[in-house]
Design a protein around this ligand. Structure first.
Ligand code: GLN
Length: 470
């Protein structure tokens, strides 16, 4: 029995004795086994059924946590104690985590049931899940197409009903873009709202953790649980207030900005038309729509790929064969061991980024690339500050195209990087952004639209999303 609208309905069904949590968890496990070709999971925790009866009793006794019985899949870049933590990389193929990431610990503390770790691009680098050392993840809507990335497995797990919700990470779009390709909601929270402790770092000043779900209520609920200050992450914010679930008054009218730079060349016409229909709906409901400008948008991809590769080259230095995971058997001295372990352990996209990042940080080039990109980052942030002086929310497409064919962009990294054109700015500026399903194209592929708000304004952002449900 997997049919309920959202978590609160699931809880009611369990309370009324209409749904057995044990059966529910077993059904999810069965479905995962029946769809191995999707390849959404790197590891599945069959033993999680064992928690279901105790949690069901707690639900019936009224002393259960906020996420009691919610079946959650977790991207395989987040640590879960005593479980594999591979980052979909050969270098960590046999690595087991020693502790729980804070976000995971918070789920467990609220009685969620973790069903497994999801496949993703290696170290979360990619937009199609084709960079995983454990094989492609297929898009359940059309299995000849990619699910998006890097959190492809997390998006597919939700879209294909293999769990209730999932956690992904978003450094430049890796929650919003796969959510768009799979037709579900995916929220990238404000940088600093969710602790990164236990998240394998890709680009530390960009990395965020957030939920995927088929409805806004569950996004809101999971965010309220994983948010908050954590002394183990010095970039998590003290003001990490939780989402209260307050509804926006239906009389409230908002100003919504459409950045002209996001609706220009390169945007697929069907996506443009679908979003226009949503804009018309907003107008009909009395909201004010206005064009705005974010003039530094054209530099966002360049700045993003300079800064994130620089941070990655530093973060990934720790995988050297000495401390974590894979060690090459082929070496007879220390530097040879480092070199061979990294050569054999990392995939080609990860190597490309380490090399790019090392280059942009090298003496003589630092000012031309890294420092310049930092300045662009500031200018982009100021574009948004100005825009949010005028509007409450910013509405854009999430992606320039719908889900593309497997293999279509693998030989052209620049074409792949351009997939991130509408998503990287929110990470550069630290803003929250959500993918909202916005219809289908003529091939029946999901279309996604992105809504962004001021920092730490997720409460209104999520409540406002409900207008599109009507
Ligand atoms: N597609 C982007 C990249 O390859 C985003 C990745 C992410 O958000 N983790 O870097």
């Amino acid at each position: 029995m997997l049919k309920y609208k959202n978590h609160s309905e699931k809880i009611s069904l369990i309370r009324e004795g209409k749904l057995s949590l044990r059966e529910n968890v077993s059904d999810f496990l069965k479905l995962i086994r029946e769809k191995p070709e999707l390849n959404a999971f790197n590891s599945v925790f069959d033993d999680c059924v064992g928690y279901s009866e105790a949690i069901e009793t707690k639900i019936k006794n009224g002393n259960s946590g906020k996420l009691a019985g919610m079946v959650v899949a977790v991207k395989d870049v987040l640590a879960i104690a005593d479980r594999p933590l591979t980052c979909s990389s050969n270098i960590l193929r046999n690595f087991t985590a020693l502790y729980n990431a804070t976000a995971v610990q918070k789920l467990i503390d609220e009685d969620a049931i973790i069903i497994g770790k999801t496949n993703c691009d290696e170290f979360a680098m990619g937009s199609s899940n084709e960079n995983s050392a454990f094989g492609n993840v297929l898009n359940p809507v059309d299995i000849t197409r990619v699910p998006g990335g890097s959190s492809g497995g997390s998006a597919v797990a939700v879209a294909a009903h293999l769990c209730d919700v999932s956690l992904g990470t978003d450094t430049g779009g890796s929650i919003r873009q796969p959510a768009a390709f799979c037709g579900i909601y995916g929220l990238k929270p404000t940088y600093g709202r969710v602790s990164r402790y236990g998240l394998t770092a890709f680009a530390s000043s960009f990395d965020t953790i957030g939920p995927f779900a088929k409805n806004i209520e569950d996004i809101e609920l999971v965010l309220s649980v994983i948010s908050g200050y954590d002394e183990k992450d010095s970039t998590s914010r003290k003001m990490g207030h939780t989402v209260s679930g307050l509804k926006i008054n239906s009389e409230d009218k908002f100003k919504i900005g459409l950045p002209v730079e996001y609706f220009g060349d390169g945007l697929n016409m069907e996506i443009r038309d679908s979003i226009q229909m949503k804009i018309d709906l907003l107008k009909k409901n009395g909201h004010e729509i206005m064009n705005i400008q974010l003039p530094h948008t054209e530099y966002s991809i360049a700045a993003y790929y300079i800064l994130t590769t620089a941070e990655a080259s530093s973060n990934l230095a720790r995988f050297d064969g000495a401390r974590y995971g894979y060690r090459s058997a082929e070496s007879n001295n220390l530097s040879g061991m480092y070199m061979n372990s990294r050569t054999e352990g990392f995939g080609s996209e990860v190597k490309r980024r380490i090399m790019l990042g090392t280059y942009v940080l090298s003496s003589g080039y630092y000012d031309a690339y890294y420092r310049k990109a930092q300045k662009v980052r500031r200018l982009l942030k100021e574009d948004f500050d100005r825009a949010f002086g005028e509007v409450d929310f910013i509405l854009t497409p999430t992606t320039p195209t719908t889900a593309f064919k497997i293999g279509e962009k693998t030989s052209d990294p620049l074409a792949m990087y351009l997939e991130d054109i509408y998503t990287t700015s929110a990470n550069l500026a630290g803003l929250p952004g959500i993918n909202i399903p916005a219809g289908f194209d003529q091939k029946n592929l999901p279309i996604g639209m992105q809504l962004m708000s001021r920092q730490f304004d997720e409460e209104r952002l999520l409540n406002f999303c409900r207008v599109f449900d009507m």
